[in-house]
Each structure stands twice: as structure tokens, then as C-alpha cells.
Design a protein around this ligand. Structure first.
Ligand code: S3P
Length: 167
């Protein structure tokens, strides 16, 4: 099986959904942010502090290439799509699902999360602008799944059904 990449803005549920799909399909689950932390020995906020967002993006792209393997479910960080090379790589190695939600819903989940340097203490307007600036990149995914008012389980079932229809 090809790998499955889950993309989408912070707080859309990529990790929860990824874990459910991996369990259901008996596949390996990879959380890219966790891999970055274990490869660098540093937390995400520390990497942002020491190397800036650009430095983080370089590490993120390297780790994406290092950890990608067949038949894995890979939950990515919300900004991975901003590097076009990453989209090309993910498409070559697997299938990309965009978990789409509204910024109003996501804002409530992320604006106080100190582990998310690109979200913490940002206003709704600031996060909306970031969201809009990334929209067209997310939409390059192979499939878009709306997650609004759906549980991670519901979203996982939709993704699995979609995968079955491709066989
Ligand atoms: C980021 C999203 C985070 C993490 C980093 C940057 C972003 O991942 O990669 O804090 O710029 O959107 P999640 O989408 O899992 O929060």
C-alpha cells in the first residue's frame, strides 16, 4: 500500500485521525512533529526560537524524506505544504488527504497552545490570514475531507472508504 499523508491547518485532527486509520489498517503511524522532536532532541517551540521558522522548515523537509516509508500513515505539521517540494515528494510517495475545517473552529483549539509557536497568542484575524495564505497549497492534496462537525472516527471511516474505492 502507498503511504497516506494527512495535511491541514493546526488543530484539524491529523494526529487523532492518523492513529485511528493506522490501527484500522494495521499500518505504521508516524507523527512528523514527534519525529522532528526525536531527531533534533528539541521541542518545536525551541527549534522555532533557535532557528526561526525557516530553520524549522528545512528540518521538517529533511525529516519528511527520512521517515517516509511504504504503507505508513503520516500525520504532518500544518505548514508542510508551504514548501512545494514537499507536496511533490508526498504525491510521489503516497496519497495526500487534506482535512478541511473552518478557521473559527480551529482558532478555538489552537490559539492558546504554547506548543504551537505559529498559533499561540495570535488573534483570529492573524490566524485567518495564515489560513488563507495556505489554502491553495492544502487544496493540492489528492482528496479533501471536510472534518467540520465530524468525530475523528467519522473522518477516518471516510478516508478508509475512499481508499477502498481506489482499489
Ligand atoms: C505548524 C504546525 C505544527 C508544527 C509547527 C508549525 C504550522 O503542527 O509543525 O508548530 O506552521 O502550521 P500541527 O499542525 O500538528 O499543529
Amino acid at each position: 500500500m502507498k503511504s497516506i499523508y494527512l495535511v491541514g491547518f493546526m488543530g484539524c485532527g491529523k494526529t487523532s485521525v492518523g492513529k485511528i486509520i493506522a490501527k484500522a489498517l494495521n499500518c505504521h503511524f508516524i507523527d512528523l512533529d514527534e519525529e522532528i522532536v526525536s531527531h533534533t532532541g528539541k521541542s518545536i517551540p525551541t527549534i522555532f526560537e533557535e532557528k526561526g521558522e525557516n530553520g524549522f522548515r528545512i528540518i521538517e523537509s529533511e525529516v519528511l524524506k527520512k521517515v517516509s516509508s511504504d504503507s505508513s500513515i503520516i500525520s504532518t505539521g500544518g505548514g508542510i505544504v508551504t514548501c512545494p517540494e514537499n507536496i511533490v515528494f508526498m504525491k510521489q510517495n503516497g496519497i495526500i488527504f487534506y482535512l478541511e475545517s473552518t478557521i473559527e473552529t480551529l482558532y478555538k483549539r489552537i490559539h492558546q497552545d504554547s506548543n504551537r509557536p505559529n498559533a499561540v497568542n495570535r488573534s483570529l484575524v492573524e490566524l485567518k490570514n495564515l489560513f488563507i495564505s495556505r489554502k491553495s497549497f492544502y487544496e493540492k492534496a489528492d482528496f479533501t475531507i471536510s472534518v467540520t462537525e465530524k468525530s475523528p472516527k467519522d473522518v477516518s471511516v471516510e478516508i478508509i472508504n475512499c481508499l477502498n474505492s481506489l482499489r
